[in-house]
Design a protein. Structure first.
Length: 138
């Protein structure tokens, strides 16, 4: 009878511990969420999309500029890979751009900025194509 009582107490303690763990996990999640909201409020971040027409327009223009920047690099990639001609291409410059792109992707990942991650992933693909093509055809 004594063994059963101790075993029953042990099971009760185990159930209580599991229940408290679940409560603490939920509490920790809510506290972390609240801290995140407070941090954003106290950083005085602006609304997005911004109500000011100029800032809203510049926000949109940044996406367009990122796309056209990539599009303007396509002729360089085509010249190297389709024309098999890498004369006049400074591979050192493109290697330095590659390192900058890697830093920017790391920044985007750490700060969870999808536009930076996507844009610089595309840039890195172009950089690698240009570097490899220049070394191969140059």
């Amino acid at each position: 009878m004594l063994t059963y009582s101790l075993q029953g107490d042990f099971l009760n303690l185990k159930d209580k511990y599991e229940h408290m763990s679940k409560i603490n996990m939920v509490r920790a999640t809510l506290v972390d969420h609240h801290k995140h909201i407070r941090k954003r409020v106290h950083q005085n971040l602006e609304e997005y999309p911004h109500p000011d027409r100029l800032k809203n327009s510049v926000d949109k223009l940044v996406y367009i500029a990122g796309f056209f920047g990539l599009a303007m690099t396509i002729p360089q990639v085509a010249k190297i890979w389709i024309g098999q001609n890498a004369s006049g291409v400074a591979v050192e410059s493109w290697i330095s751009y590659l390192f900058i792109g890697i830093v920017m992707i790391a920044y985007g990942i750490l700060h969870k900025e999808k536009p930076l991650i996507v844009t610089y992933t595309c840039w890195i693909i172009f950089y690698v194509l240009i570097i490899v093509g220049t070394l191969f055809y140059g």
